[in-house]
Design a protein around this ligand. Structure first.
Ligand code: AGP
Length: 606
């Protein structure tokens, strides 16, 4: 989704802004632009395409020279990607960058057209720029307050008023924005990675707070102009964590970081060999009392919830409903008092997950957020939060975030099973011990790289494929299939292996490769039968299974064997070959692995 940056200081603003925007590229975008005060005038450069296009353009025409400015990467919502629709928008008096969606932009536009304004772009953003211009009375803060009281929807806005060439203004609602606090310089950023290179200190801007930022001062007021005092936050993420560090792609780096990420997520939540969730403030009695558990999320995070469901139901004998956030929010779910809603999100800013959380709260459920980004909206809005300490995930295709989410789900399931007396203390200790060993096993599992590369070379020209598995293997296949789709652009579906006969097997021909996952002992024979059925119909089968599994000769066209742990924990290892198959297929097809087409890292609009 769109990224916003801002700079006020003594450095060359254009350089800082473009550099900061490059750190937000991972969010997904289709055009970029900056506005800088040059000799007291607002100078804008913007164009469609990657940041390189903007850099080239500025090499040709000259970059705006100055030390104060705002910048933007746009992910088109209103109007196609084009130079005209790119941000910043505005005029010589007031210029803005915007993230979010202005819901009443048509009414605002109509009003402004009536006042004689002309519009050049198709964006909702231009209406806000013109409305600011319309109400501007010489006082930026008053003007911003007037405008935000008239617009609806979500917004993070970076604003420059020509009369105030040493200031950048900002305001947000339902779209994240932070102020990076430096020495003699300050920054704006949609997330900390934008300014991490310059400072780790930042303020979180809350709903409808209006910020006036200069090089040496940051003034923040609420909508009634009451001054707000903020607590300075310090990012724990290392600046190198947001760099590729010698890997060809962020995705490959993040796949390799999974061992450490899981360790960082699990270790702090284990005390004396038992799960410890005291940081959430939830007592054991309260945990044991929930009637129904809902896990709601989107995409990969929802798939982590599917693993959570299988494990919680198996160990804790408690019913779990997993739902896609965009469905949950509109289906009038039965959630209410006495229920626990777990929302899972890497970014903590996903619009549908946020809405699902709000709905759960409104209906009286207790809410727990499993989130990676510290201080994100979902983390702040939930009753309880459990941070997955994965560090920044830059690649759009989620890998390490998935692994830490399922690791957190396991630990939660162990604790719940124990407090509900579904497992004994000894059993709980045994599971926790095995989970603590998973990081080492993840490292060993990475040895399957070569095998995955070979499988990828066979999938290269496929138009479509199927992932099959049963039980936890099925839950995991969902994620394998999504990974492949999003970065290789090959269609795939995950299917519960036993369901094939009820229709989907008609798709099987020699042109439909099948990736089978078989790690669950009680189900292996069944899955093997399904493999035989698809093989008999010509499909090439690539099987992921444990290293000791005895199989008939020729059962599959390639077998990727991974280390074996307790079968309930196998998804933590099995995820790796599936991620690597998707990664290498994407590389071999020459795709932009980290920034797949049409996708954004953090989906902050509906
Ligand atoms: C997965 O690779 C995707 N990037 C996507 O499905 C993602 O998991 C989903 O959009 C949810 O994002 P969140 O975890 O930040 O809420």
């Amino acid at each position: 989704m769109c990224g916003i940056v801002g700079y006020v200081g003594e450095q060359d603003a254009a350089d800082v802004l473009v550099d900061a925007l490059s750190k937000l590229e991972y969010r997904g975008y289709d055009s970029a632009g900056i506005a800088v005060f040059e000799d007291g005038e607002i100078k804008v450069e913007k164009c469609q395409g990657r940041l390189d296009n903007l850099r080239k353009k500025m090499e040709e025409v000259g970059k705006p020279e100055g030390c104060v400015g705002i910048g933007h990467t746009r992910w088109a919502t209103h109007g196609e990607p084009s130079d005209i629709n790119s941000h910043p928008h505005g005029n010589k008096r007031v210029t803005i960058v915007h993230n979010g969606i202005i819901e009443n932009y048509k009414e605002v536009k109509e009003f402004l057209v009536g006042k004689g304004y002309e519009f050049v772009s198709e964006t909702d953003t231009e209406t806000v720029a013109k409305l600011l211009d319309y109400y501007y009375d010489g006082n930026p803060v008053d003007t911003i307050i007037k405008v935000v009281s008239e617009i609806t929807g979500s917004y993070a806005l970076g604003i420059m008023f020509a009369d105030y060439p040493e200031h950048v203004y900002a305001v947000r609602k339902d779209s994240p924005m932070l102020i990076g606090v430096g020495k003699g310089e300050n920054f704006l950023g949609s997330d900390v990675t934008a300014f991490l290179k310059y400072t780790k200190d930042y303020y979180l801007i809350e709903q409808d707070e209006i910020c006036d930022i200069t090089a040496n001062a940051i003034k923040i007021v609420d909508i009634h102009k009451n001054p707000i005092k903020k607590e300075l936050q310090t990012a724990t993420w290392d600046v190198n964590a947001a760099e590729k560090g010698g890997y060809a792609h962020f995705m490959l780096k993040e796949i390799h970081e999974q061992s450490n990420a899981v360790k960082m997520t699990i270790s702090p939540r284990v005390k004396d060999g038992m799960p410890d969730f005291s940081e959430t403030g939830m007592t054991k009695e309260e945990l044991a009392s929930f009637r129904q558990i809902y896990i709601v999320a989107c995409g990969t995070a929802m798939h982590a919830g599917m693993v959570g469901k299988y494990v919680i139901e198996k160990l804790a004998r408690t019913s779990v409903i997993v739902d896609i956030a965009s469905e949950f929010r509109y289906r009038d779910p039965l959630i209410g008092e006495g229920d626990l809603l777990i929302v899972i999100s890497q970014s903590g800013e996903t619009a549908d997950t946020k809405a699902a959380l709000a709905l759960g709260k409104e209906r009286g459920a207790k809410t727990l957020a499993i989130v990676n980004v510290v201080g994100s909206s979902i983390a702040r809005e939930a009753d309880m939060v459990l941070y997955t300490n994965a560090g920044p995930e830059i690649s759009v295709a989620s890998t390490k975030a998935y692994s830490v989410q399922i690791a957190a789900m396991y630990l939660f399931a162990f604790e719940l099973a124990y407090v509900k007396k579904a497992i004994s203390e000894d059993e709980c200790r045994k599971y926790v011990k095995e989970l603590l060993e998973i990081p080492d096993y993840i490292t060993h599992t990475l040895d399957v790289k070569k095998d995955c590369q070979q499988v990828a070379s066979k999938l290269l020209n496929a138009d479509s494929l199927l992932y099959i598995g049963r039980g936890l293997d099925y839950a995991l296949s969902m994620e394998g299939s999504l990974k492949l789709k999003e970065i290789s652009y090959i269609h795939s579906e995950s299917y519960a292996a036993g369901e094939l006969k009820h229709g989907t097997i008609s798709l099987i021909t020699e042109h439909m490769p099948v990736i089978a996952v078989a790690t669950q002992k009680a189900l292996i024979e069944k899955t093997v039968s399904n493999i035989k059925e698809v093989k008999a119909r010509g499909a090439k089968v690539y099987l992921v299974c444990g290293e000791s599994l005895q199989l008939e000769e020729g059962i599959a066209d390639a077998i990727i064997r991974i280390p074996e742990v307790d079968e309930i924990l196998m998804p933590t290892l099995c995820a790796i070959p599936l991620q690597l198959i998707a990664y290498y297929t994407s590389v071999l097809r020459g795709n932009d692995v980290d920034k797949p087409r049409n996708l954004a890292k953090s989906v902050t609009v509906e």
